[in-house]
Design a protein around this ligand. Structure first.
Ligand SMILES: C[S@@+](CC[C@H](N)C(=O)[O-])C[C@H]1O[C@@H](n2cnc3c(N)ncnc32)[C@H](O)[C@@H]1O
Length: 234
């Protein structure tokens, strides 16, 4: 078996879907030149300087798909900086078309494996990390491909400020249980559920995602997990 390169350590999905239209291709090129993070330079210690707009906190969304949630949040919260990561070219093209119509000064993106950004960002620099409907890998033999792992929770714990939030949504019961067990074992992620009901309650102002709409249509019930990162608890 060939060894996976460091740059794709955590990405097992598709990079390309339908052929990109010429207008999308132009938006992709011009948009990435403006919005893409440059990991060749070290991350600034003051991470808010990544954004042309003044921002009071910074959130990261991993695997934004078509960007519906990220665009909604970034437009609704101009004083919060958002970093969105998506290696699927068609998803990024959709995002860049939207940004061409409505530019946002509080948004930056990256178009490859999230691990690279996680290892690039400075410690205690994020207020929230969101993993919304990550690739589920339902077959047991593929569970090791899931984004949630002890190693990635270590990465999250390094990046979140004390008291920072980790939000995880999924419609796949085995992945929800997997995440609860990994977070409990990790020791720095405190599950915020107050009652059995509230983990089926969407997050405040939740606009939904494309993947979620499909899951609901197919009769699956999503779970919305909220964790507080207690840095230094271990
Ligand atoms: C099931 S889709 C969900 C997309 C979107 N969050 C939604 O709810 O519609 C999962 C997404 O995660 C992305 N993804 C998978 N592995 C990733 C990785 N290592 N880094 C960044 N994104 C990743 C995939 O390309 C895919 O678009």
């Amino acid at each position: 078996m060939t060894r996976r390169s460091r740059s794709t350590e955590g990405f097992f999905g598709r990079r390309h879907g339908k052929t990109i239209r010429p207008a999308q291709s132009v938006a992709l090129e011009t948009g990435l030149a403006l919005y893409r993070l440059d990991l060749a330079s070290p991350a600034p210690d003051a991470l808010h300087s990544l954004f042309p707009a003044p921002v009071k906190e910074i959130r990261l969304e991993i695997g934004f798909g078509g960007g519906e949630h990220l665009l909604h949040e970034a437009a609704a919260n101009p004083d919060i900086g958002f970093i969105g990561i998506e290696p699927f070219v068609n998803g990024m093209a959709k995002m860049m078309m939207a940004l061409d119509r409505q530019p946002l000064a509080n948004l930056r993106v990256y178009d490859d494996d999230a691990m690279r950004v996680l290892d690039w960002l400075p410690p205690a620099s994020l207020d929230a990390i969101e993993l919304l409907y990550p690739d589920p890998w339902p077959k047991k033999r593929h569970w090791k491909r899931r984004f949630i792992s002890a190693v990635n929770l270590d990465r999250f714990a390094r990046l979140l400020k004390p008291g920072g939030a980790f939000r995880f949504a999924s419609d796949v019961d085995t992945y929800v249980n997997w995440t609860l067990l990994h977070c409990r074992a990790h020791g720095q992620f405190e599950w915020q559920a107050r009652s059995a009901a509230d983990w089926h309650e969407p997050y405040e102002g939740w606009p939904g995602t494309r993947y979620e709409a499909k899951a609901l249509m197919e009769g699956r019930r999503p779970a919305y997990l909220r964790f507080r990162c207690n840095t230094g608890a271990v």
